[in-house]
Ligand binder design. Sequence first.
Ligand code: MD3
Ligand code: FE
Length: 255
Amino acid sequence: MATRLVDWKREKECDVYLASKPSPGRPTCPGGQSAGLGVNADLLADAGGTARWVERLGPGTVVLRGFAGETAAAIWAAVGRLTKLAPFRQMQTPGGFRMSVAMSNCGEVGWVTDPAGYRYAERDPDSGRPWPAMPELFRQLAATAASAAGFADFVPDACLINRYAVGARMSRHQDRDERDLTQPIVSLSLGLPAVFLFGGGQRSDAAVRVTLTHGDVVVWGGPDRLRYHGVLAIKPGEHPLLGACRVNLTFRKAR
Ligand code: MD3
Ligand code: FE
């Protein structure tokens, strides 16, 4: 199914298109055949058994609510194994600040930052070893989500794993260290909810706030690939699986 943009309202008009918003020509009742959002409904339905729906945030961005379903717990278990091999660490920005988010990676390359700059590296700078291999489950979830969002044949080679303690945040930035910016990025949120800021092509553009919760997947690419985005400070809470913590995985094609 091709991406349909007819109902897309531009961010400048201060409106994010929501799947639940009724509009002429779209089924508004349960059982409607099409969400009208250009998302592959079969892939969405096949991914698991929990309730899920779709929100389109831009021409190239969808939030697949609850997409990970039962798989979220298995992915969290895998994160535990991976971060025994490559422990979470708070990296330094090129400006010399320590990030509040602790990070690790798996895959052929991993995203790192230090006073020398941002880059993808084949080895964990803390251990000198290659990053742990990306589990097949991760690759599958990322590819299925990308495909549901209209990005065929997504094969990530890097997975950045972000751990947010209560109070941790991520300031507004673009993801532009990947070689092929025609490739999308897929993000999976686990644990405590986060308010995500979805901005525009300029840092100063107004941002829309979107809450991401356990199991939510965001896919962004195409015209939205270089939009500024950030995460507000995580509020105190306890998640049944992760405790007082949020983890976000971003699947990327870096090289
Ligand atoms: C970007 N991570 O690691 S991912 C990052 O929740 C990063 O840890 C955040 O930004 C996190 O680089 C956000 C979710 C996301 C969702 C929609 C986007 C990022 C987006 C739309 C456009 C650009
Ligand atoms: Fe980012």
